[in-house]
Design a protein around this ligand. Structure first.
Ligand code: TXA
Ligand code: MG
Length: 365
């Protein structure tokens, strides 16, 4: 299939692109578009054949529901059988923005969109390009992240094309996404609102408005719990090479572990901030993916940095953990998944791979 490409500028000349993209969506096609979090793959949420094309393009498991996007608050009414007080408060404070609420689903939403659940995730993005695209379509837009299932979500149009060229009808290029991590998903149907996926709207921001908020225990690495968001159980964001995530006191050992990897004859990819970069051995076999100094900057670049390892192809990747307050909870959630939960800590002064697994040979010296 030919994949159309439209470069958006923010000016009146974008109207033609929206008109074309909107017509394609109304005709049952899939179009990729930018949001403030990551790029989405959009189709008419109420058209099951169109939605099925999203699953096909991504290679997405059928049991993983899609988020439905709107561009006017009032449009949520048609998608749900009702909003409780918590849902209303969240909408008032955080919509539009990088957040999705899980609410009881209305009949008009086909099973393929909601993966047969009786709830639906609804999101109102704040990104102007996303809003104009949704309004041009004139229907609610089902949209997952625009990556092949399992890969890091794309945060620029080039990364979308890398995964979706020839598989979708078009890509709207609105430049880089600001937040860089997918929206916070909050289940408003549970007695206490529950974060099923951490994102740009943080736990701290939500508790300030709602009082009590829970975090799905499955997100905190407890294997006995089944995640509320079906998508959270899949391996995700994983570069093709093994990734080890350093947490807590082990973070300080990153320069030493890089040296050990080099001594073992390995090329080593390092995901770290600019402060840590200065402390690493200077060697051309160290392949850096460096975020800025702040955690916001790291979040914005994280998926791009992870994708970069598929281009530089190191033998092994070491990632620097961050503190888990604020946006740190979302960063660590994505990093742990990228590492396939291969987490390195320091336990009573001993380097340890979580889950009593054997440390890789190069780390033992
Ligand atoms: O920022 C975002 O949310 C991006 C942009 C494009 O809006 N979209 C996105 O969609 O990340 P996706 O499909 O990649 O992730 C949606 C997540 C999945 O983990 C899915 O299981 C969960 O939300 N989800 C969707 N509907 C749900 C529901 N009714 N109940 C529980 N979890 C749900
Ligand atoms: Mg996704």
């Amino acid at each position: 299939m030919e994949t159309k490409y439209w470069k958006l500028t923010g000016g009146p000349e974008d109207a033609a692109a929206y008109a074309e993209a909107g017509a394609l969506v109304r005709a049952g096609q899939v179009v990729a578009f930018p949001t403030e979090t990551v790029y989405g793959l959009g189709a008419n949420a109420l058209n099951s054949q169109a939605v099925a094309k999203i699953f096909a393009a991504k290679g997405r498991p059928q049991d993983n529901p899609l988020i439905v996007h709107i561009a006017r608050k009032e449009d949520i009414a048609a998608l749900t059988t009702g909003l409780n007080a918590n849902a209303r408060k969240i909408m008032e404070h955080f919509m539009p923005g990088p957040l999705t609420i899980i609410v009881p689903k209305a009949e008009i939403i086909p099973d393929v969109t909601s993966a047969g659940l009786d709830t639906v995730g609804v999101r109102f993005p704040i990104n102007k390009y996303a809003q104009d695209f949704i309004l041009a379509c004139g229907c609610p837009i089902a949209a997952p992240s625009a990556n092949i299932s399992g890969r890091p979500s794309p945060t620029n149009a080039q990364d979308v094309l890398e995964d979706m060229q020839g598989k979708v009808a078009g890509v709207l290029d609105g430049g880089s996404c600001g937040v860089g991590l997918e929206s916070t998903v909050v289940d408003t149907t549970s007695p206490v609102p529950t974060i099923c996926r951490p994102g740009g709207v943080t736990y701290e921001m939500l508790t300030e408005v709602l009082g009590a908020v829970e975090i799905d225990p499955a997100l905190l690495g407890d294997k006995d719990f089944k995640p509320i968001a079906p998508g959270m159980k899949y391996r995700h964001y994983a570069p093709k090479e093994p990734v080890y995530l350093l947490e807590g006191e082990a973070i300080e050992l990153l320069p030493m572990l890089v040296s050990r990897a080099l001594s073992a004859g390995l090329t080593v990819g390092v995901l770290c901030d600019s402060g840590m970069r200065e402390r690493l051995p200077k060697d051309e076999r160290v392949l850096l993916s460096c975020g800025g100094a702040s955690r916001q900057a790291l979040a914005a670049d994280l998926f791009y940095l992870l994708r970069d390892f598929d281009r530089t192809k190191p033998d092994v990747i070491l990632a620097q953990g961050v503190s888990e307050d604020g946006i740190g909870l979302a960063i660590m959630n994505r990093l742990r998944k990228a590492a396939g939960y291969q987490i390195i800590t320091l336990e009573n002064g001993v380097l340890t791979l979580k889950g009593d697994k054997q440390l890789p040979a190069f780390m033992i010296q």
